[in-house]
Design a protein around this ligand. Structure first.
Ligand code: NAG
Ligand code: NAG
Length: 380
């Protein structure tokens, strides 16, 4: 069943693309200042890059609730599609909030939501149709709805107190000091391939107009501080190389990366507009853009700086790029040293790679996260 679904995906994608070239960019990095960083909570929206187990009860191929997923996570399997911690886990730790609970976990209620809630669902996209071929998922629109109709009323029913000074906070004040984490879009570009859409500019415009409404809705619901991820170079995913660049498996698919760069440029323009339109507001409204594309290549172009030995093959899987037999079959071998791999499976980074990337969003260069980084955003 799982194998069949992936097989269908692979066939669909193979039908679409085949040629390519290579890609690389490089750049330097440094760090910034520090001080008291206070975020009240974090609310997470997105897909498998952020999903802590919200798909576990759904009928879908997009889940990781079986071994070897969770092999390095304290307590083992949770549904995270990774060997260990994923993006929001690392950022929650850096902000001193710890792990943010999954919305679908029945215990995520009452005082358990005071550090935030994670709504992310594997295979979810900006468009409702994205990820449908994998099965059920909570789309981004549904995630926003869950925040509006369940989490917000529950926050309103509780006494909110600031972490610093233990002052009473209104829900609006609480939300204005919370981080809204949004990492979405990968499945919309898989959808572009699967559905065989032709006009990439029109498709990106469609995504941008829908996503503009979604971000404005989160703003209307009280969000004031946003961390919005661009997309990583998806042409460098082991599966993308296997499908589109099999004859030169050392190189990423430049054709796919070009499309991703186009999306990132449009998303950046949207974020600049949002910042411009909301500048000067009392609650300190900021939409941060995380250039994960650049941050990702900084690592994969200099792997030894980070202890990585393998930037192309997946740790879990077998065959060419460890992507012909997928980790998601539950039957593939796991590499002997997970710290040497950038990719855990054919689509997702390892815990270590997530940690390096998120550190960039937290206190890295403004070249990667602008107009500020997360740490600067929460220094009051
Ligand atoms: C920003 O404001 C301009 C001028 O009012 C408007 O045309 C544009 O749609 C706004 N953009 C966003 C993303 O809100
Ligand atoms: C695993 O790889 C890391 C990074 O290269 C290295 O520091 C560590 O010693 C390795 N562990 C083992 C058990 O070989």
């Amino acid at each position: 069943m799982k194998t069949l679904g992936w097989f269908v995906l692979v066939l669909l994608i193979i039908n679409r693309w085949s040629r390519e070239a290579s890609s690389t960019i490089s750049s330097s990095s440094s760090s910034s200042s520090s001080g008291a960083v206070v975020a009240e909570a974090m609310f997470v929206f997105g897909d498998s890059l952020s999903d802590p187990g919200n798909n576990n009860a759904l009928l879908t191929l997009a889940k990781g609730d079986f071994p070897p997923y969770g092999i390095d996570f304290p307590g083992g399997v949770t549904g995270r599609i990774c060997n260990g911690l994923i993006g929001p886990d690392h950022l929650g730790n850096m902000l001193g909030l710890g792990l943010i609970p999954a919305f679908q976990n029945p215990n995520t209620k009452g005082s358990n939501i005071l550090k935030g809630v994670n709504f992310a669902s594997s295979a979810a996209g900006i468009l409702d149709e994205s990820g449908a071929f994998l099965g059920k998922r909570w789309t981004l629109d549904q995630q926003i709805e869950q925040f509006a109709t369940k989490t917000l009323p529950e926050l309103r029913s509780q006494a909110l107190r600031s972490k610093e000074g233990n002052k009473e906070l209104t829900v609006d004040e609480f939300l204005a000091k919370s981080l809204f984490y949004s990492n979405v879009g990968s499945n919309d570009f898989i959808n572009y391939v699967v559905r065989n859409y032709k006009d990439v500019e029109a498709y990106i415009d469609w995504l941008i107009s829908k996503h503009t409404r979604q971000l404005k809705e989160l703003y209307q619901l009280g969000g004031r501080k946003f961390l919005i991820f661009g997309l990583a170079p998806m042409g460098c995913l082991p599966m993308a190389i296997l499908l589109f660049n099999k004859n030169a498996p050392d190189d990423c698919s430049e054709q796919l990366n070009q499309i991703i760069r186009r999306w990132n440029t449009k998303l950046t323009e949207l974020i600049q507009q949002l910042n411009h339109n909301h500048s000067g507001e009392g609650a300190g409204t900021y939409f941060l853009y995380f250039d994960i594309y650049n941050a990702f290549l900084q690592v994969t172009n200099n792997p030894s700086l980070y202890g990585f030995k393998e930037v192309r093959s997946a740790c879990c899987g077998a065959g060419l790029l460890h992507s012909e037999l997928l980790c998601m079959t539950g039957k593939a071998p796991v590499c002997s040293n997970r710290s040497e791999y950038v990719f855990w499976d054919s689509f997702h980074p390892t815990e270590l790679m997530y940690g390096i990337l998120i550190r960039q969003a937290f206190d890295g260069t403004l070249q990667n996260t602008f107009p500020k980084n997360v740490q600067q955003l929460f220094q009051f």
